[in-house]
Design a protein around this ligand. Structure first.
Ligand code: NAX
Ligand code: ADP
Ligand code: K
Length: 471
């Protein structure tokens, strides 16, 4: 599991550490930072390193790491952006042969120690000017540039929210300490961090604010059939998706449900259209289309005008339900059954009465608000899909590829989550394991190239197999 904590949690853990006062925490941080820079550059000797140094301990980390790099033969210049700089770090850098400079134009790597978790969002004018002089991207501008390593957090980001306000550094690599921060995992801030490398400095931390499943976590959560299981004990997932207008959505949702994680998939067309059902069975002969019991329903993908009725009928069955696409419009408060709502940003904006841009700018608070208001697990789809439950836990998904942004991919995801619910996972685990597998299948099927929703569905069984221990 990857964990992200808030600044307040990190501060409290640092205060409680016996190694804070002696400066040992900072030494661990700086050494980890220096090693990450050496790994990135493939060595230190002869490399031109410019440190951008702010007034706080974030600048101190950069200075001590600079001293370490200078001792290994790097040419290290520290550009001090404030009249104050960490005195111990400055002395260490000078003793190692590093220099302080008032400007610089060229570097193999820029180490961004302007501001870390102690900063307010946005960059000051001098910091923006220094970044520009060195070709460090601040926000969306693009030009030829050196590698940029941010210390703890790309300067200018808000550590706790995932929001972006004002200018900020765009990093290739962010080296963080003790634990990840929310901004490392949650978009849009996460998109500014590049690769995130965590250095353990020995902090003792409480439960995380945000977490991200890793393959090992998915392996422990996956439903695996046992000796005496039969198809009904493994679970039956019901799909009420597609319509005469959108018959493809029915097939894609069923394909997501039919990756083999449940004993049976039962399909019912939302508008009762027999043609849709026939086409689903033609594509997937293992799917049954008669009425009967299910352990979870998926409702709404491509469901057209009758999705609200289909949702009401599914809820009437008293089993957990995945509410997707057209059925989301019928949700105006908590449902009578455990539910996973699967909106993209536009659908979540409608659910909350907000603008889409507001949801995209503050994804974490929007998904938390929706989980609280609808008393359900809410999965907000995007590059970094978020899964929130009413009790406050949040997971962020880090698998996938931008090629997954393709029509019908959401139908596959809804079916997959439904199958995990029917197999017995609770809604929070079903949603977060579902988007992890969906992203992993997409990455494998894409292999760096174009992707269709059908290809994602076809790759699901193999993605599950890769997670399971080898027999
Ligand atoms: N406390 C500890 O034990 C450890 C702290 N560490 C480092 O310490 C950092 C936190 O240090 P600080 O609490 O000194 O805070 P920072 O160094 O993150 O920032 C505070 C300083 O930046 C200035 N500042 C605030 N907003 C700014 C902005 N938008 N633009 C430019 N300057 C701004 C403030 O005037 C203040 O002097 C962490 O991010 C991490 O890098 C690490 O060394 C690990 C151990
Ligand atoms: N930039 C991106 N990078 C990775 N995955 C993405 C990106 N944009 C969207 N996705 C994923 O693609 C899928 C799109 O689903 P959705 O918007 O519901 O499409 P549809 O309604 O056509 O099925 C979601 O799983 C979402 O998380
Ligand atoms: K920084």
């Amino acid at each position: 599991m990857r964990h992200a904590h808030t600044v307040a949690q990190v501060r409290a853990a640092e205060e409680a550490s016996p190694d804070l006062a002696s400066g040992v925490l900072m030494q661990r941080a700086a050494r980890g930072l220096a090693h990450a820079v050496i790994d990135l550059l493939g060595g230190a000797y002869g490399r031109r390193v410019v440190l951008l140094v702010g007034s706080g301990d974030n600048g101190g980390d950069a200075l001590y790491a600079g001293a370490y790099l200078a001792r290994r033969g790097a040419l290290v210049d520290a550009w001090l952006l404030s009249e104050r700089a960490h005195p111990g770090g400055l002395a260490a850098l000078r003793a190692a042969g590093g220099r302080t400079v008032a400007s610089a134009a060229r570097a193999d790597v820029v180490v961004d120690g302007i501001v870390g978790i102690g900063g307010r969002p946005g960059l000051r004018r001098e910091a923006v000017a220094a970044c520009r002089a060195l070709g460090v991207r601040v926000g969306a501008d693009e030009h030829a540039r050196p590698l940029v390593v941010s210390v703890d957090l790309p300067s200018g980001l808000d550590a706790d929210t995932g929001r972006v306000e004002g200018s900020h550094v765009m990093a290739d690599l962010t080296v963080t300490f003790g634990t990840e921060k929310v901004a490392h995992l949650v978009d849009p801030a996460a998109a500014a961090c590049g690769t995130v490398h965590l250095v353990d400095i020995g902090l003792d931390l409480p439960a995380a604010a945000v977490e991200a499943l890793q393959q090992a976590d998915v392996a422990t959560l996956l439903p695996v059939p046992e000796g005496a299981d039969h198809k009904y004990t493994r679970g039956v997932v019901g799909v009420r998706a597609g319509s005469a207008t959108y018959p493809g959505a029915a097939r894609l949702c069923v394909a997501g449900a039919a990756s083999g994680l449940v004993g049976m998939v039962r399909f019912r067309a939302v508008d009762g259209d027999e043609d849709t059902a026939r086409r689903v069975v033609a594509a997937r002969p293992e799917v049954v289309t008669n009425a009967g019991r299910v352990q979870a329903w998926v409702v709404g993908s491509g469901g057209g005008d009758r999705a609200a009725d289909a949702l009401a009928e599914a809820v009437g069955d008293g089993v957990p339900v995945v509410v997707d696409a057209d059925a989301l419009a019928a949700v105006d408060g908590p449902l009578a059954v455990p539910a996973v709502l699967t909106p993209h940003a536009g659908e979540l904006a409608q659910l909350l009465g907000m603008e889409r841009a507001e949801v995209e700018a503050d994804q974490l608070s929007a998904v938390r608000r929706a989980a609280d208001r609808f008393g359900a697990v809410v999965l907000l789809k995007g590059r970094r899909t978020l899964v929130a439950e009413p009790a406050g836990r949040v997971r962020v998904n880090t698998t996938g590829t931008p090629w997954l942004a393709t029509a019908g991919a959401g139908d596959v995801l809804a079916g997959l989550i439904g199958s995990l619910l029917a197999a017995g996972l609770d809604p929070f685990d079903a949603a977060s394991v579902g988007c992890w597998l969906h992203g992993a299948a997409a990455t494998a099927a894409s292999a760096g190239g174009p992707l269709t929703a059908s290809a994602v569905a076809d790759a699901l069984s193999a993605a599950v197999r890769r997670v399971l221990p080898t027999p």
